[in-house]
Design a binder for this molecule. Structure first.
Ligand code: SF4
Length: 289
């Protein structure tokens, strides 16, 4: 079975947010950034980068996810080059998604993402439906607090697909499962991913925070029971999770965001700023080429 998607790690020195549960801080896998136009070998690396994109396309990967250990929108110059590279491909990708908390994204930026970068799905990470709790748990600077309602309205106005990726914290404790679905629907969501927070079980500060504020495993069980009762199955994703239609929204419960359970079947390819392709987030030995 081929990988489901290609994750593009957008280079940035540090993330504008400081999420209490940040996986990137648990696994320091910083790689050098060769996608820098001040690098004297930039032309060579651009061609290497394009090679990896073509390899994934030839291997029937059809979806790109712009992500990284920061917010992709922090590096507009990279996204500009990336958009051009996609246009240069013999057989370009059509499904391009961006994972973001929405910080720094205004209407002009949405227009750039849609028209130049070719993004068609915004995967908006929320740690709560409350603007303030979401800001606090995502460690977003006060002056950059995301207005969830407004951002979702803008995303829909530019006709992106909207996937709400709900980081299952106690920031959702005020809602029963029914209200989570109705709130997502009111925000215009087409898709929902319930993301159970990843613990490395290494007593990191993130592990400690997740122990206190993360949803308990029983929450995943309750959500799955709700989905089985109210949804109809749409199919199985390549890494094994099932996708359901629930109240008109495609719904997935992700208990394996680090791809630890299915090592023999790639869930992702990962293209890092060193212009090399990997299959695991936390293991440089997963280098493909
Ligand atoms: S937005 Fe992502 S990379 Fe940035 S701190 Fe939060 S989890 Fe980490």
């Amino acid at each position: 079975m081929s990988a489901q998607s290609l994750s593009i790690v957008v280079p940035n020195k540090r993330c504008v947010n400081d999420c209490a549960f940040c996986v990137s801080k648990m696994h320091c896998t910083d790689t050098v950034n060769m996608m820098d136009d001040s690098n004297k070998l930039f032309d060579l690396y651009l061609s290497d980068y394009l090679d990896r994109l073509e390899f994934c396309r030839d291997d029937k990967v059809d979806t790109i996810m712009l992500t990284g250990s920061s917010e992709p929108q922090q590096n507009r110059k990279f996204l500009t080059y990336f958009g051009l590279l996609i246009k240069l491909m013999k057989n370009p990708f059509h499904k391009i998604e961006m994972q973001t908390t929405g910080v720094l994204i205004d209407r002009n930026y949405l227009r750039f993402l849609r028209n130049h970068v070719g993004v068609n799905t915004i995967a908006l990470s929320l740690s709560s439906f409350s603007n303030e709790k979401n800001r606090e748990y995502n460690g977003t600077p006060i002056d950059l607090k995301v207005d969830i309602d407004q951002l979702c309205r803008d995303i829909k106005e530019y006709d992106f697909n909207l996937r709400l990726c709900l980081n299952m914290t106690d920031g959702f404790n005020w809602y029963d499962i029914d209200s989570i679905f109705s709130t997502a629907k009111a925000l215009g969501a087409n898709q929902i991913t319930f993301r159970m927070l990843y613990s490395s079980y290494n007593n990191t500060p993130q592990d400690d925070w997740i122990f206190v504020h993360g949803a308990k495993p029983s929450a995943a069980t309750s959500i799955k029971e709700y989905i089985l009762e109210h949804g109809t199955e749409l199919g199985t994703l390549p890494y094994g999770a099932k996708k359901y239609s629930v109240h008109g929204m495609s719904t997935v419960v992700d208990t394996d965001c680090m791809n630890k359970e299915n090592k023999e079947e790639n869930k992702y390819y990962i293209l890092r700023p060193d212009c090399k392709l990997y299959s695991q987030w936390d293991d440089p030995a997963s280098l493909i080429f």
